[in-house]
Design a protein around this ligand. Sequence first.
Ligand SMILES: NC(=O)c1ccc[n+]([C@@H]2O[C@H](COP(=O)([O-])OP(=O)(O)OC[C@H]3O[C@@H](n4cnc5c(N)ncnc54)[C@H](O)[C@@H]3O)[C@@H](O)[C@H]2O)c1
Length: 259
Amino acid sequence: MKLKNKVAIVTGGAMGNGLGIVKVFLKEGANVIILDYAKELESTVQNLKNESYQVSGYQVDIRNSLEIRKALKEINSKYGNIDILVNNAGVCRLETFEKTSDELRDFHFDINIKGTWNVTKETIPYMKKGSIINLSSVTGPMVADSGEVAYATTKAALIGFTKGLAAELVHKNIRVNAIMPGYIMTPMVEGMAKESNPNNPEEVVRGIARAIPMGRLGTPLELGNLAAFLASDESSYITGQGIVIDGASTLPETMTMGV
Ligand SMILES: NC(=O)c1ccc[n+]([C@@H]2O[C@H](COP(=O)([O-])OP(=O)(O)OC[C@H]3O[C@@H](n4cnc5c(N)ncnc54)[C@H](O)[C@@H]3O)[C@@H](O)[C@H]2O)c1
């Protein structure tokens, strides 16, 4: 078990990618604490506890530093030092740049950028050494579809955040890396597919799969396996990097050339 007795915080772990990460971390022996604002948090934690895993949940909106600080204090008094932080909580709503209101822009910036910043700021004082993992994306740093300007901006920002923080924390033995997923099948992608084509969201998802050389979207557990590697000592010489996991979706140079 590569994370035996490690204490790990995963934001946005009530569903989707975060839940995939939580499940793999638990299987690898970690004590996992989920920070999430969704009502699903309670049932997610209960279901995992029913499988005898060491898991707890705190209802926290990562836009709210006071809520984060209060939770972190309690977590530290219960578990001691924190070894791993996964900044996974994030949002994506499709809208053209010209129709994006300031509110919708700030919704993305406040959760994806400032929320990640806030949780990291409040957690580092409790870390003696360890690993921080930020959920960026291929969207922003590498590619984009229309309607994703606000989201892409935030995910590109997280690469800068990752590198800057890695440079500072290297002397504290804290590694900082980013995961850059292509499409992973989660409630977020279901929501985006509905926004894209309310009458036939399934066809949107099938279309995404057709455009990926591996012919399918990724799963939250596949993402969880990469997060566990980056959280563990197996990746002890890796910091400041963005690792792509995308079924080769960003690999093709053209849609037509080839034998
Ligand atoms: N699914 C994909 O294809 C994909 C691709 C690239 C990157 N990502 C990134 O992976 C991460 C997770 O995405 P997902 O697809 O699982 O999304 P999701 O919507 O399925 O789940 C996101 C979780 O984050 C929580 N959350 C959102 N805002 C929060 C807040 N302010 N405070 C606390 N919790 C909050 C939600 O309640 C939810 O449990 C995001 O950062 C996303 O940008 C996803």
